[in-house]
Design a protein. Structure first.
Length: 179
DNA sequence: TCCAATATTATGC
DNA sequence: GCATAATATTGGA
């Protein structure tokens, strides 16, 4: 790639009922989305007014995140900058975006859709590398055995999102992975 | 180039 | 139900 270009993405906060999400933007679009850590607020240097395009992206992102938290599918998503991932990861993320709200798929199912039915573990790894949670419904991917699997940044979020969408399997009894 | 880790899955006891 | 082996991709030494 190019040399060490100080490509620091613009960080903007997204106020939600669950806290302030942190959206990271690059020149190509939304490059990352972080859960409310409750740590230091994203002090974006107000060296000047935000670019119009960036403001538009942030508006779309805010709506998308709000919709996702409400268990709904975002009507429109901002341009995503997924160049940070490999070709395989991008394929996985693209496949995840085809999963509608209220529906879940197993890691094996996603792997099979990619033409690599034996790459179940790789899919899980790619999901963990997902820079844009919520918008890319990585939380809708469950283990084939009915388990939640894992979730980078906090498994409680995954549980909360699934519960909101009404697809959270019962903690006792047999989880019906039947859509 | 090789080693180890990972948000899994299937099989055996 | 628990433990072990197998398989694919990635990042670092």
């Amino acid at each position: 790639m190019n040399t060490k270009t100080t490509h620091v993405p613009t960080r903007l906060p997204i106020a939600t009922t669950a806290g302030d999400f942190i959206a990271r933007y690059t020149a190509h679009g939304l490059a990352g989305l972080d859960f409310p850590s409750g740590a230091a607020p994203p002090s974006h240097d107000p060296t000047g007014p935000l670019p119009l395009a960036l403001r538009h992206w942030h508006d779309l992102t805010t709506r998308a995140v709000t919709a996702a938290l409400a268990g709904r599918t975002p009507a429109q998503l901002p341009p995503l900058d997924l160049t940070h991932g490999t070709a395989f990861q991008q394929s996985v993320w693209r496949e995840l975006q085809t999963i509608a709200a209220g529906q879940t798929r197993s890691y094996a199912q996603v792997a099979a859709a990619l033409g690599r039915p034996t790459a179940t573990r790789a899919v899980g790894s790619a999901c963990g590398a997902n820079p844009v949670p919520l918008l890319i419904p990585c939380h809708r991917v469950l283990a084939a055995a009915g388990g939640l699997g894992g979730f980078t940044g906090g498994l409680e979020w995954k549980r909360r999102l699934l519960e909101t969408e009404g697809v959270l399997p019962p903690a006792h009894g047999s989880p019906r992975r039947d859509a």
